[in-house]
Structures are given as structure tokens and as C-alpha cells.
Design a binder for this molecule. Structure first.
Ligand code: S3P
Length: 169
């Protein structure tokens, strides 16, 4: 699979480690790391938080789909998606045909401690574990289309990356 430099696409709830694991994978494979949120911020010239506040979530979701489409035209990339990119069926179809999809999961208490106080995620404002549990419940089926799934509460980022690489190669 790595012969063809198939994209690795990381999906999963906020705080499951997509960016951290993505960096490590990209280094190991010598692939380009594309953080979809960062690409969107660069394209819009505005932070995710400002986009949510000023233009609203619906605008953000449209921009997210447009960036995903653009990025998936390339190969040899590790793509860390935003946690809500899977909420749109069109995005899921794009991902399935555009690479090998890996879902990262984590327990609510770990997510809460990982994202605590970073102020980067408008949907987790207040960061209560209850809010995280609600979103996890709402999205529980959304990440199931992945080709491979790892629970990052059980392993270190390095172990998770090794497991992904073993299955990818
Ligand atoms: C979101 C996740 C965020 C970001 C935005 C919305 C979501 O990305 O795209 O705040 O709906 O789950 P991370 O998963 O990288 O935090």
C-alpha cells in the first residue's frame, strides 16, 4: 500500500490525538502532514474560533468540505481532519475513495484533560466532560466507516503510530 503513497486520513473526535499521531506518522513515512483545520485557517485568514463566531458553523462546514476536496487530490499525505468532518456524508465518500481511513478514539475523561483550557475548540467551550460525552454519543456511528480504529486512551502516541504503520504497510 505504501508503494502507491496512498494518503492516510485520520478521523476522530476532538482530542483523540489526530494531530500528534499525524505528525509522527508523517515523519516516519516522509509524507507531507496536512492538518485540515490549519489549512482552512490559512485559506480563510482567520482562526477556527473566529470563523465559528463570525460566520457560523454552517459556513465552516462548507469551507471544510472545499479544503478536503482540494487536499484529497494529492497523494503521499497524512491528513489530520477536524473531528466534525465526518458529519457530512459527501466528506465520508471523499475520504473513502481518497485514502486509507484511520479512526482514533479515546475515553471522555482523557479527551477532557487533553483539550483542557486550550480555547481552540468552539464546540467544547466550557469543556465539561458531560458536553464531551454528549458529542461522543451524537457521533458514535460517524467514525465507524474507518478501515482501521485505535483507542488512544490505551496506548502512547508512538505505540498508536506504530500500530497504524504496521497495518498500512
Ligand atoms: C470540530 C473539531 C475541530 C475543528 C472544529 C470543529 C468538531 O478539530 O475542526 O472546532 O466538530 O469536532 P479537532 O478535531 O482537530 O479539534
Amino acid at each position: 500500500m505504501s508503494q502507491s503513497q496512498q494518503n492516510i486520513i485520520l478521523i476522530g473526535m476532538m482530542g483523540t490525538g489526530k494531530s500528534t499521531v499525524g505528525k509522527w506518522l508523517a515523519q516516519q513515512l516522509e509524507y507531507k502532514l496536512v492538518d485540515l483545520d490549519a489549512a482552512l485557517e490559512e485559506h480563510e485568514g482567520s482562526s477556527i474560533a473566529s470563523i465559528f463566531t463570525n460566520q457560523g458553523e454552517a459556513y465552516f462546514r462548507k469551507a471544510e468540505t472545499a479544503i478536503l476536496q482540494q487536499v484529497l487530490s494529492g497523494t503521499g499525505q497524512v491528513i489530520a481532519t477536524g473531528g466534525g468532518a465526518v458529519l457530512n456524508q459527501e466528506n465520508c465518500e471523499l475520504m473513502k475513495s481518497g485514502g486509507w481511513v484511520v479512526a482514533l478514539t479515546a475515553e471522555a475523561e482523557d479527551i477532557a484533560s487533553r483539550v483542557q483550557g486550550d480555547g481552540l475548540r468552539p464546540l467544547l467551550a466550557g469543556n465539561t466532560e458531560e458536553r464531551i460525552r454528549t458529542i461522543l454519543e451524537e457521533r458514535k456511528n460517524a467514525y465507524l466507516f474507518a478501515n482501521y480504529t485505535v483507542n488512544t486512551s490505551l496506548f502512547s502516541a508512538e505505540q498508536v503510530s506504530e500500530m497504524i504503520l504496521t497495518h498500512y504497510r
